[in-house]
Ligand binder design. Structure first.
Ligand SMILES: Cc1cc2nc3c(=O)[nH]c(=O)nc-3n(C[C@H](O)[C@H](O)[C@H](O)COP(=O)(O)OP(=O)(O)OC[C@H]3O[C@@H](n4cnc5c(N)ncnc54)[C@H](O)[C@@H]3O)c2cc1C
Length: 283
């Protein structure tokens, strides 16, 4: 385990935000994690994976616990067991190499397996729910529990992890056998499309807002000519209106201000309450 005081936020978020947090602990094993949770009982803390869906502010006064090294991979036919801190995009390619299909959708999602389960990450019409069989987690009391697919209560960018203070440790996925070349082609096609449509050249945390029913947040924001809107170092991407990018020294407050402005304008014009997909960690 590593304990870091005044840790730079840019090193733990894909937004690469400016500023620092008071306390960061890196849990490098499940034993580390248990020890850390026990020592922080009754105190404020937040578990993170790769920080690819997070807006972390310097005002956060709890402890950030980053999971790292809980990344074992066991492949048994078309069933895999994978640790929570395994990188999802890497896993997608590792599965492809083994002729296992089902995770192609995740090839461009730069999070961890645990973060993907937490929010039922998805893309191109597929989501974690489609391939997840069960999850081993630590419950609120630090006890190891196994959650079945039903118990995981997956929904649109939602799972039981959003309502219960559980920590995902290991995930069991069921994939399908397919030709390696076909799987790799699907991955390459997805990555090509992502590079064309998304501002991958700048730090971001992916889509900012959830899509309202039967509509697209990007389309709504674009219709209000908000592409290019700037606050400090943050900007609504010119390439994709549902992305905010860090063009320099953006802080969490810059991103939050843009989010508030977009929400206000969308409410005013269309009477729609856009919901943030990214999570703000502050105070
Ligand atoms: C360029 C780009 C493209 C993206 N495209 C997509 C996309 O297509 N689809 C999509 O769904 N998302 C996308 N994202 C968002 C993000 O990558 C995913 O939401 C990802 O699943 C988050 O994983 P993470 O490890 O980074 O989680 P973090 O951002 O670190 O954390 C997110 C939440 O998960 C919780 N969490 C993390 N690990 C655990 C754990 N082990 N146990 C319990 N809770 C945990 C955290 O407490 C937090 O509440 C994109 C992001 C970027 C930067």
């Amino acid at each position: 385990m590593k304990k870091i005081e005044n840790a730079e936020i840019k090193n733990i978020t894909t937004y690469k935000l400016k500023g620092s947090i008071k306390k960061l602990i890196i849990a490098e094993s499940i034993d580390d994690l248990k020890e850390i949770i026990e020592s922080l009982k009754g105190q404020k803390y937040k578990i993170i994976g790769n920080g690819s869906n997070l807006i972390i502010s310097s005002s956060y006064d709890g402890t950030i616990i980053k999971l790292k090294g809980i990344d074992g991979l066991i492949v048994n036919g078309n069933v895999i067991k994978v640790g929570a801190s395994y990188n999802l995009a890497k896993l997608s390619r590792e599965c492809a190499k083994r002729g296992l299909s089902g995770l192609e959708f995740a090839c461009g999602i730069p999070g961890t397996v645990g973060g993907a389960i937490y929010m039922n990450a998805g893309a191109y019409g597929k989501e974690m729910k489609d391939i997840t069989e069960s999850v081993i987690a630590l419950d609120e009391n630090g006890k190891r529990v196994t959650l079945t697919k039903d118990e995981l209560k997956f929904g649109y960018r939602n799972s039981i992890f959003k309502t219960k203070n559980y920590i995902c440790l290991q995930v069991k996925l069921k994939l399908k056998k397919d030709k390696k070349e076909d799987i790799l082609k699907r991955i390459n096609d997805i990555m090509k499309e992502r590079r064309e449509k998304q501002p991958l050249e700048y730090p971001s945390a992916g889509s900012v807002f959830r899509n309202p029913e039967n509509d697209s947040a990007g389309r709504i924001i674009e219709s209000l000519n908000l592409k290019g809107l700037k606050v400090g170092g943050a900007e609504v991407s010119e390439k994709h209106a549902n992305f905010i990018v860090n063009k320099g020294d953006a802080t969490a407050e810059d991103i939050i201000e843009i989010i508030d402005k977009i929400k206000e304008k969308v409410k005013e014009k269309y009477n729609i309450e856009l919901m943030c997909e990214q999570e703000i960690i502050k105070g």
